[in-house]
Design a protein around this ligand. Structure first.
Ligand code: BTN
Length: 357
């Protein structure tokens, strides 16, 4: 074997594909394009030249399949040699850039589907509490708990969450993101963006009130409660709780709660299962973007913010301070200008406007 052969990205990609199974050329081209979301598509000729080089250096061997299914007769397969396999282990990480691409490759091929498991209940105390119990038992990531009614539905700061049996969505999702603690606040934005986009599918343009309220014309349609557990400074699990007023009977809703409901905004009853399905799809998109380091969901929260540009009050240690809301940073913090003209950032705080929302 020519151990001095200089391997580049393409060589390493081919070897990493062949690590798991023998493949023929076209399969590799598709594999590379698919697993890197088209970012690393290579030309057929480059692939064949690469395969030739790898074969000459005895990293791989080729053979023809017996069935001859391909149009031109037999199909040429490639297999990594034992020596080749050993070689990858020894030096695949010597090429820093390749390592980064490979890492990206691994990240991009991992995808979490939210809502593959949906558990429906008639009545629970709180879907968030149930989701936490399941999370401790390591239920599959993306599992979702939905209830018709909650006896003790909670909002932020331990407030009660208003409920009308069967007329609202109360659901919680279990996630196990391997993420920095500082990025956890982004999960609320993932949820807010998911709700925003779903409402848009129903023709409703909502406003997102940082960090967790979805409002329409100043009235609350949806609240998000993200709770997490840490173990040795690592995220053990995250639960996203979403309460959304879908088909509320507004005649019995206390006015001081300042709530609205999707049926009021669309002028028609909304199918619950269909809405949940759409929501789960959107959450899947934004959660996977979060896992890949993207921040489209933050942009959605910023572009549709209820607060940016307004004067508001924020609470720090129980005291209220007047500020001007400036922006939401890419890290998901709220940027404000205080009374002395200084810029401050907040990860979690209560924000109220003079009219209380
Ligand atoms: C808020 O507005 O402060 C957040 C409200 C979150 C309510 C939902 S309903 C489903 C899930 N279970 C709970 O107990 N709370 C969340």
């Amino acid at each position: 074997m020519d151990s001095n052969m200089l391997r580049g990205h393409t060589e390493n990609f081919v070897l990493s594909l062949l690590k798991n199974k023998d493949m023929y050329g076209y399969e590799m081209l598709e594999g590379i394009a698919k697993k890197t979301n088209g970012k690393f598509a290579i030309k057929k000729i480059t692939l064949y030249k690469t395969l030739e080089r790898l074969e000459k250096a005895e990293y791989i061997v080729s053979y023809y399949d017996q069935d001859g299914e391909s149009k031109g007769g037999k199909r040429k397969y490639f297999r990594i040699t034992d020596e080749g396999r050993k070689k990858i282990k020894e030096d695949i990480y010597k090429w820093k850039e390749t390592k980064e691409i490979l890492e990206q490759f691994i990240i991009e091929s991992s995808h979490v589907t939210i809502g593959d498991n949906v558990l429906y209940y008639d009545e629970v105390t709180s879907t968030n509490d149930l989701a936490k119990e399941f999370a401790q038992k390591k239920i599959t990531e993306g599992s979702c708990i939905v209830a018709d009614t909650q006896k003790k539905g909670r909002g932020r700061l331990n407030r009660n969450w208003y409920d009308q049996k069967g007329k609202a969505i109360a659901m919680s999702i279990v996630l196990y993101p391997k993420t920095d603690l500082k990025d956890l606040t982004k999960i609320t934005q993932v949820a807010a963006a998911g709700v925003y986009e779903t409402l848009k599918q129903y023709g409703v343009l909502a406003k997102i009130k940082w960090p967790n309220d979805i409002l329409i014309k100043g009235k609350k349609l949806c609240g998000i409660l993200v709770e997490s557990a840490l173990k040795a400074k690592e995220v053990e699990y995250v639960v996203i709780g979403i309460g959304l007023n879908l088909n509320l009977d507004m005649e019995v809703v206390p006015e001081d709660l300042k709530l609205t409901s999707l049926n009021v905004e669309t002028g028609r009853e909304v199918d619950k299962d269909e809405f949940i399905l759409n929501l789960l799809n959107n959450l899947t998109i934004y959660y996977n973007q979060f896992l890949k380091g993207g921040n489209v969901f933050t942009d959605i929260c910023r572009e549709n913010s209820y607060l940016i540009g307004k004067e508001a009050f924020i609470k720090v240690d129980g005291k209220s301070y007047k500020v001007e809301i400036l922006d939401i940073s890419t890290n998901g913090e709220l940027l404000v200008r205080n009374e002395y003209g200084q810029i401050e950032s907040y990860v979690q705080t209560e924000v109220t406007l003079e009219d209380n929302y």
